[in-house]
Design a protein around this ligand. Structure first.
Ligand code: ADP
Ligand code: 5GP
Length: 189
């Protein structure tokens, strides 16, 4: 049986990881869906916690086997996706599943599972601030930064396709707003 799902999408750097982390601490009935990816792990990332790191060839063969609830080639040759087995394990515990996926992935999940999904778009206050935050995170090369900013300006056009938009200006306010949306959808006090 299909359980409830909550999707947070945003251009990279808008703050969705920060918001999702805070919600997971606040609500014990939420569980994070660890995605699989074919990109290399960054320093400090742990397999099975940040992502399941899978070689590209294996990723593609698992797509063909139907192992993914959804997947996207988010950047060229970098695949990302949600393993069905992970999500089913969480629903069996009565938990709601939270996804942190790119904008195309968020729209796909909403389309595919409609009312079982709450979709939230995390909006940066501006593209300039987004770039500042990405630089401040110190995770990108000049090339990947440029790619992410170019992609971001397109992604902002899809905000209207989400159930809700949360502007992440002051992080604590964005967390509070997101928490209210999640609680209402989950039907939990
Ligand atoms: P995403 O998951 O969307 O890529 P992150 O949560 O990693 O984004 O945030 C990108 C960077 O911006 C991080 O260094 C984070 O600490 C910082 N950040 C997030 N929200 C805010 C905010 N409201 N104000 C200032 N910095 C923020
Ligand atoms: P990063 O390389 O910065 O960790 O992530 C790059 C992008 O891939 C982000 O926008 C992130 O939300 C997205 N992403 C992570 N996991 C998934 C997933 O399971 N499916 C999809 N479609 N996108 C994902």
């Amino acid at each position: 049986m299909l359980g409830k799902m909550i999707v947070f999408s945003a251009p990279s750097g808008a703050g969705k990881t920060s918001i999702v982390k805070a919600l997971l601490e606040k609500f014990k009935w939420l569980e994070f869906s660890v995605s699989a990816t074919s990109r290399a792990s960054r320093p400090g990332e742990t397999n099975g916690i940040d992502y399941f790191f899978i070689e590209k060839e294996e990723f593609v063969s698992r797509i063909e086997r139907g192992d993914f609830l959804e997947w996207e080639e988010v950047y060229k040759d970098n695949f990302y996706g949600t393993l069905l087995s992970e999500v089913e394990r969480m629903w069996q515990k009565g938990h709601l599943v939270v996804f942190d996926v790119d904008v195309a992935g968020g729209i796909n999940i909403k389309k595919k599972f409609s009312s079982a999904v709450l979709s939230v778009f995390v909006m940066p206050p501006s593209l300039e601030i987004l770039e500042e935050r990405l630089r401040g995170r110190n995770t990108e090369t000049d090339d990947s930064l440029r790619k992410r900013i170019m992609k971001a300006s397109k992604e902002l056009e899809y905000a209207k396709d989400f159930d809700h938009i949360v502007v992440n200006d002051q992080l604590h306010e964005a967390i509070e707003e997101a928490a209210k949306l999640v609680q209402a959808f989950a039907g939990k006090p």
